[in-house]
Design a protein. Structure first.
Ligand SMILES: [Zn+2]
Length: 209
C-alpha cells in the first residue's frame, strides 16, 4: 500500500511526501538490524522485539506528529504590563542524534521577554519536547526552538541554551562520558543587549546552584 505520510517533515518546514512503510516493513527492518548485530531474531527473547521497537519509535519520534506553532497559539495578556524576562531553566529533554540515532540527553534553558502577551510556561517545555522528539543535531534543535518562539510569540527577545550529552560520543566513537555540549541562540534584545544576555546567563547559573 502506498500511503503518503504527511507527518514526515523535511527540515521541519516542507511536507516530505514519501510513502510511509507499513508496520510489517518496519518490523522486518528491525529483524535485519538484529541479524546485522549478530543475533538470531527468531529466538524466544527477541520474538516480540521488532514489535516493541516500532512501538517505541512512536514515542521517541512523536515530535513529527506535533505542531509547536499550534501549541503556542494560546496566550494571555492580563499580566499588568509585565515586560521582564520569563525564564524556564533545566527543562530535561531526551533527543536522538540524526547521525547515529543515539540518545542526546540534557537540559534546555528557555527565556523570553514578552511584548504584552505571555504564554503558559508548560508550553515552553512542550516546544522543547516536540523538537527533541525528532532526529536532531543539537545546534539545529537549539535554533528551531528559539526561532519558533521568536516568530510565534513576537517577543522582545528569546534566549535558548542547551546542554546535551551525546551518547554517540559517550558510548562509542571517542568514548567520552560526562561531556556536555553547550549551544545557545540569542534573538532580539538578547542578541543586541549585553545586559539582557548577561541576566539570562546569570539566571541559568543560579538555577544550577
Ligand atoms: Zn551522533
Amino acid at each position: 500500500m502506498n500511503l503518503i505520510n504527511p507527518r514526515v517533515v523535511k527540515d521541519g518546514l516542507e511536507p516530505f511526501l514519501e510513502p510511509k512503510p507499513t508496520r510489517e516493513e518496519a518490523e522486518a527492518a528491525v529483524r535485519t538490524l538484529l541479524r546485522w548485530a549478530g543475533e538470531d531474531p527468531t529466538r524466544e527473547g527477541l520474538m516480540d522485539t521488532p514489535q516493541r521497537v516500532t512501538k517505541a519509535y512512536g514515542q521517541w519520534f512523536r515530535g513529527y506528529e506535533e505542531d509547536p506553532v499550534e501549541m503556542l497559539q494560546r496566550t494571555f495578556d492580563e499580566v499588568e504590563g509585565y515586560d521582564e524576562i520569563v525564564a524556564l531553566c533545566n527543562i530535561r529533554f531526551e533527543s536522538y542524534c540524526e547521525h547515529h540515532m543515539a540518545p542526546i540527553i540534557g537540559v534546555a534553558h528557555v527565556a523570553y521577554i514578552p511584548t504584552r502577551r505571555v504564554v503558559g510556561i508548560s508550553k515552553l517545555a512542550r516546544v522543547v519536547d516536540t523538537y527533541a522528539k525528532r532526529l536532531q543535531v543539537q545546534e539545529k534543535m537549539n535554533a528551531q526552538i528559539a526561532n519558533t518562539l521568536f516568530e510565534v510569540l513576537k517577543p522582545q527577545g528569546v534566549a535558548v541554551m542547551i546542554e546535551g550529552e551525546h551518547h554517540c560520543m559517550s558510548t562509542r566513537g571517542v568514548h567520552k562520558p560526562g561531556v556536555n555540549m553547550v549551544t545557545k541562540k540569542m534573538l532580539g534584545v538578547f542578541k543586541d543587549d549585553p545586559v539582557q544576555r548577561q541576566e539570562f546567563m546569570d539566571i541559568v547559573t543560579r538555577s544550577k546552584a
